[in-house]
Design a protein around this ligand. Sequence first.
Ligand SMILES: [Ca+2]
Length: 182
Amino acid sequence: MVRHHTPAGWPLLLLAVALFALGCNSSTDDPDTTNSQLSVTALSPSEACVDWDGTEVDTNGDGTIDGSAYVGTTQVVNFQSTVRGSSPDSPWNDVVLTECEISYKMDYGFPPPPRRFGVQVAIPANGTGSAAVTTVDANDIQPFFGAGDQGTIILKFYGEDAGGHPASAVGSTRLLTATECN
Ligand SMILES: [Ca+2]
């Protein structure tokens, strides 16, 4: 069944447009942004070590070493929430981050492609949270990294607060290559 627009719907639409315009005019409090300011306080370990030559392994089980296995790099990312405004500890300012985007800047040479994947990090208002993140994918090691390669990994996190306002956090870590990582 097709519904036709009637004039009765217009006043409500105009009111909605007016309220939206009013909200945009407020320079001190953007209604579309969370009051929780998130910062990445530290990564552990602080640098991403890439074991560029892998570990020699017996891939077919015949007792002789015939290939290399590569292990990705995992780091724990720590977050701190700092809430602005009158009710800093309100649960409405609790944030859940649900997506991580990682990109690479190499000092020399080509970087691996950026990666985007889901995470689940809860950061209470004025509290802290943490998540283990694979900062270097094992599959990227052989094609992109060699001896002496260095760069920077940029981590961007996206989510929203309990009121549905978008929230984000940005961090970075140094990428170093070695033949053995702890
Ligand atoms: Ca190695």
